[in-house]
Structures are given as C-alpha cells and as structure tokens.
Design a protein around this ligand. Structure first.
Ligand code: IVH
Length: 681
C-alpha cells in the first residue's frame, strides 16, 4: 500500500468506525456485529501503526485514540474523579500470551498472580459512594466526563444505596456493568413490537437504550440489573488486590459476578478462560469474553506497566489514558453458521418502511433454527453486496435477531447479479420514496393494503384500543372478506356480516361485536396511540390526552401548544402537526366519529397540583422518591425526570446535584420538602 492509498483508507476507516461508535454508544442501535466492529477498528489501528506520519497528518481525531462517547442530550454531565478507561479486545490466545510476557518482563517474574473474570456484555457505569451512601451514577461518556444517570440507576433492582458495614471509604468510585436478563429483554421487546416500534437487537442495546431514557418511571418498569467489578478513586484505600476487592464488594452487599478465577502464570490463565467459556451460558447476563487482570494493585501501578494512550501518530503516548496495560480483554468468537440466501423479501411496516429480509436455507445456530435474518436497509445490502443465491455467514452473538455478517464471495454462483432494491412497494406497486438524510425507503401510498392491514392491527392491538378477539389473523380475515377497509369500518361490523365466516359462529360473532362495541369509548390516549402517529408512543399519547382532552382539540393544536407539552421537542411536535394536516388522516378522524367512536378523556386533574410538573432531586429528609412521586400524582401533578423550561418546581433534598444547578440556570423555582408538604396540604 502506498502512503497515498493508506491516507485514503485511514480517512475512510476513521469515518466508518466513528459512525459505528455513534450508533453503538449513543443510539444503542448498531448496524454491524461487535466482531465486525472490532475487526474494522483493528484494521484502522494497524494502518495507523504502519503509517504513523500519514495518520499524524490526518489529525489526532481518530476513534482509536478515544473511548466511544455515550453522552446524549438531556443529561447533566459529570466529571469522573478518576478517568474511566477501557480495554482493546483480542480474539487471539497468542495475544494473551504476549500480554503475560510483557508484564513478566516489566516486573521481572514469570510467576504473576491474575484474576480471570467474565466480561459482561452490558453498559459501563461508575457509582460513587460517599461514606457508604450512593450519591452518583455516571456513564463512561468520553472517559473523562459522563452522563448523570443517578435517577435511573436508583431504580435498579438489587443495588443497595448504602454499603453494608466497614470499612467505609470517604469516597469510592465503584464500576460495573448494567444489563438485562434475556427473559426481561424478550418481555420488553414484545411490548415494543405491540406498540409498533422496532425491536431491539439484543439485551445490551436495550439496556443501553433504557439507561438513557429521560423518564425514570419507564426505566423503573424495566428490570435493569447490575454487577460490579471495577475501582476508580478510593480514599482512603481499603484493599490491595483485585481478589480482595471482589471479596469486599460482596461484603458490602453489592452484586458481583458469580465467579472469578484466581490463577498464576499464563497456562492457568488460558485454562480458566476455557473453563469460563464452558460455564458462562448459565450466567444471568450475556458474556462476550474474559477480562484478565494482574491481581496486585501495587503491581498494576508499577511505573513500567503504564497505559496505552496512543496519539494519532502511533508513537506518542498521549496524555490521555485509554487503557491500562495491566488488564487484557479476550473475546470469544461469536456463534456463526454458513447458509445460503434463497431470496430477499421486503416487509412493509405500518409507516410504509420497507425492510429487506434475507430468506435463508434453514440452519441450526446457537440452539435455534434460523430461517430469516434482517438486512436492515438498502444501504446495508449494497455495502455488503448481498445477492440472492449467495453463501453467507449468519451470526448470533447474544443477538436474538440473527444478522447476515458476511458474504462468502468465493462461493458466489457465476450468474449472480447485484441485488436491486425495489423502487416500488412490493404490495401496491407505488413508487417508493426516501426522505432526505434517511436510510429507509417507504411506500407513500396511504391506501397500501399492507400498511392498512398493519395500521388496523395496531389500532386494535393491546397498545391501541385493545379490542378483544381482533388479533392479527382476524384483521387479515375481515380485510380479505371486504368487511372492513379502514379503521373506522371496525365499528360498523355487524353480527350477521360475521356469521358466514365460521361454522356455528354465533357466539363468537356476538362476542367480537360486543368486544368492538365496548371500545367505542376507549381511553383517549389509547386511541391516540392506536392512530400510529410517528414519534408518538404510549407515554406521549398520555401526555397529549392529558393536555388536549379530545381528538378535536388535538387536531387543531398549534406548534406552540404542542411544544408546551412535557417531553415534547420540535421533532415530535412537527410529526403531530404533519399527521393532522394530512387530509386522509382528517378524514379518518371524521369517519371514526361518524362510526360512533367517542374516546374517554382522562379524569381531569383536580387537586392542589393540577397540571404542575415536578422534578425531584437529591435525598429528601423524610419522603422517599416514590412517596413524593405518589403525592404529586395524587394531587394531580406529574413527576418528570429532567429539568426543562416546562418544569414548574424542582423539589430538592440533600446532595442535589446538576438538576438543582439547571433549575437555577433556567429560573425554575426550587422548593424543599417542608414547602412541598405545605403545597400538597
Ligand atoms: S475491567 C480499565 N472487568 O468491557 C478497564 N471490564 O473491554 C478495566 N467489562 O470497558 C475494565 N466486564 O466496560 C472489566 N469483568 C470486567 C468487565 C469489564 C465487562 C467491560 C468494561 C470495559 C470493557 C473492556
């Protein structure tokens, strides 16, 4: 490779890795597997090492010299007392041996003590305990400064807010990983799909997405869990080894990994790693490897060990510490299998989104038979050049939805042609459109039968008005028989229309019609949610119902009024305005009314705090957070997770941090518990 070629490739790889960092760390929606990501990053690092001058000339801004930044809007930023570093991953046992050889040389001994621990596939956080009390929880962020997620972390099941027993350091940063169990992941994804939203690909992404929710109530409704293993600042020091630290964490009552291995020498490391691979599937969390650590803290701090803090020129040890050389992360290669793409089909969603799916020759992989894999979107197909007839590798690495990770080009049939993403909707043949800056192609035809089917299904589903007996199959049948064409037609179905559909179906037909009838007065928020307005899920639908109290009022809401709704930003407001400005949607509302639909508005908030939005921060003298929230809601108010211009009061207790500062900056009144209790009477 010439330096000019290297320059171009390094620039390309930097942009690509940075894009995947954004997708993984900030949006929790990665498009490639961890394995592919690791390989891309390693390619980039190798080129930067090989062409240090070229890399240096391109600037120091490279993903290999920073940790993936997870900071997002809506959270206060907090500096870590001690930087939160990370580790590069290796898949190669030889590198484990090199890791040991380097340490043995630096410390002048082969006989070194290590721990081998499961590498948890979760989201890293740092908890600060001061004199034994949990005061802060912060994400890794850029390693120096992360997002304050204390409110959300306090909802975590099994995390004590007080350490049990001595010794209690003045201040300690305890680090670990937040995760979701597989059962919980499945439960939430099911709800997600019922609400018409894209399912999360794996438990890690869902845990990351949940931790960054602005509504602590939603976070509390998902059972996040945590395990702790790492140490930041600790004043004064209370332990001197990783093994001792693990024991101390347990003694404090904190959740830790089921098992760590204390070993000496490199052969024992490799044996422990293999043993871990045998037992890891029984753990509560997903594991993607092993982390090997030098056990003694004195040895970890030995000046000859140091950190990797590579500058972009590949030579300079930058001031930033990226990853310590006393630890090494070894990853297990993911479960992969080879199969063939029989066909590529297009799924049309409720909003018209056209999602390509690889129809595969069935293959057994990690315990299940895989027949289909998502191909995400047209750009992804083009990037991987997936063709019908191709031999491909599919992978499930903790992922529930399998992904096509690579095409085996050498096995490609001679007559294959690149896949041409359809320019038309496969169902109604309307020309597909793609919004500016969007990756998704959509069918724009509001009458597309597939969109209609999915819309009706959604309206009738548990996330919508919840009509008993009107599930997917029944919706399809009623549409097929021409008994309904649109959502409002549901309310015109009569028993006699249904009778010919089933033999001796009187009881069934009567029940279905009664079920439909009962939902003419469904809660307003369910109707709003059932309409499938982009950007509006259950929480936003509830806020809209509370604020506008009827579909008619909502239909004429102005942008300014929508922006006043708690939690609404410009994007959501614009989506609502756009939906109600479409003539087919206005017709739909009129038809619903004509068909006798009359949604029930929420019980008007009366009470002393009617319509008032509160944010609680810090520890209150007598009330727990849950008790204060209950009092606010009982008095007709709402407890929100983040301070904005829409907040009416910030209720602050001891150790209130960034939210208090934000309230002061925005001029939001701050009250204490005594004043709050006077307000609620
Ligand atoms: S120790 C200096 N131990 O994996 C960083 N990390 O690839 C020391 N992780 O950033 C990290 N399980 O977020 C450590 N038992 C474990 C871990 C673990 C998961 C994560 C962590 C780290 C990354 C390293």
């Amino acid at each position: 490779m010439t330096p000019a070629e290297a320059q171009q490739r390094i620039a390309e790889l930097r942009a690509e890795v940075a894009r995947h960092d954004e997708l993984y760390y900030r949006r929790a929606k990665p498009e490639v597997t961890d394995f592919d990501y690791d390989q891309l990053k390693e390619q980039l690092a190798a080129l930067e090492r090989q062409f240090p001058d070229v890399a240096g000339a391109l600037g120091v801004d490279t993903p290999t010299a920073r940790v993936g930044d997870d900071r997002t809007e809506g959270f206060a930023r907090v500096k870590h007392r001690q930087a939160m570093t990370t580790l590069d991953n290796t898949y190669d046992e030889a590198e484990l041996r090199e890791f040991h050889a380097r340490l043995a040389k630096a410390l002048g001994s082969e006989d070194l003590a290590y721990t081998v621990e499961p590498k948890i596939d979760g989201v890293a956080v740092s908890l600060t305990y001061e004199r034994g009390v949990l005061t802060r929880a912060v994400t890794r962020g850029d390693g120096e400064e992360g997002d304050d997620v204390t409110v959300n972390v306090r909802t975590i099941h099994g995390l004590p807010t007080k350490l049990a027993g001595a010794p209690l350091p003045e201040v300690i940063e305890i680090r670990g990983e937040i995760f979701l169990r597989e059962e919980e992941f499945r439960r939430i994804n099911q709800l997600q799909e019922e609400a018409g939203e894209a399912p999360y690909a794996n438990p890690r992404n869902l845990a990351a997405g949940t931790l960054k929710q602005l509504d602590p109530k939603l976070v509390g409704s998902r059972r996040l869990e945590i395990v702790l293993y790492g140490l930041g600042v600790c004043e004064p020091a209370v332990v001197d080894s990783q093994t001792g630290y693990h024991t101390q964490l347990k003694a404090w009552g904190l959740p830790v990994v089921e098992r760590i291995w204390s070993v000496r020498g490199v052969d024992a490391i490799c044996a422990a790693v293999q043993e871990l691979d045998q037992v890891r599937r029984s753990f509560a969390y997903g594991t993607d490897g092993a982390v090997v650590k030098l056990d003694s803290f004195d040895q970890q701090r030995h000046p000859k060990i140091g950190f990797r803090g590579m500058g972009a020129d590949g030579k300079a040890e930058a001031a930033r510490k990226l990853s310590p050389r006393w630890a090494c992360a070894f990853k297990f290669a993911p479960d992969r299998a080879e199969t063939r793409v029989r066909d590529i089909t297009i799924q049309v969603g409720r909003t018209g989104a056209m999602t390509p799916v690889a129809e595969l020759e069935p293959v057994f992989l990690a315990g299940t038979t895989v027949k289909r894999a998502t191909l995400h979107n047209a750009d992804e197909i083009a990037r991987k050049d997936v063709r019908i007839g191709d031999a491909v590798l599919v992978e499930k690495a903790g992922e529930i939805i399998p992904a096509v990770v690579a095409v085996l080009v050498e096995k490609r049939p001679g007559d294959s042609v690149p896949y041409a993403f359809p320019r038309h909707c496969p169902v109604c043949a309307t020309v597909a459109v793609r919004g500016e800056g969007e990756v998704v192609w959509r069918c724009p035809n509001p009458h597309c039968p597939e969109k209609v089917r999915r819309r009706v299904e959604h309206f009738a589903s548990k996330a919508g008005v919840d009509i008993e007996g009107l599930g997917e199959e029944m919706v399809a049948l009623l549409l097929e028989k021409g008994l309904i064409k649109t959502i409002p037609d549901i309310f015109r179905v009569k028993v006699e229309d249904l009778l010919p559909l089933k033999k001796s179906g009187e009881v069934w037909a009567g029940n279905l019609v009664a079920g439909i009838d009962a939902r003419r007065t469904a809660d307003l928020w369910r109707v709003i949610n059932g309409l499938g307005i982009p950007q509006v899920g259950a929480a936003a639908a509830k806020d809209l119902a509370r604020t506008f109290r009827s579909l008619d009022a909502l239909a004429v809401a102005t942008e300014a009024e929508l922006l006043r709704v708690d939690g609404f930003g410009e994007k959501t407001a614009a989506a609502v305005l756009a939906w109600f400005s479409e003539s087919t949607n206005r017709q739909l509302l009129q038809d619903l009314r004509a068909a006798g639909m009359s949604p029930t508005p929420p019980i008007a908030a009366s009470g002393a705090l009617a319509g008032k939005i509160f944010v609680i921060t810090g520890t209150l003298p007598t009330l727990s957070r849950e008790e204060a929230t209950a009092k606010i809601e009982a008095a007709g108010g709402k407890a929100s997770g983040s301070v904005s211009k829409k907040t009416h009061y910030v209720l602050a207790g001891e150790e209130a941090g960034s939210k208090l500062e934000k309230a002061r900056t925005l001029g939001v009144p701050v009250i204490d518990e005594a004043e709050f209790l006077r307000m609620v009477g």
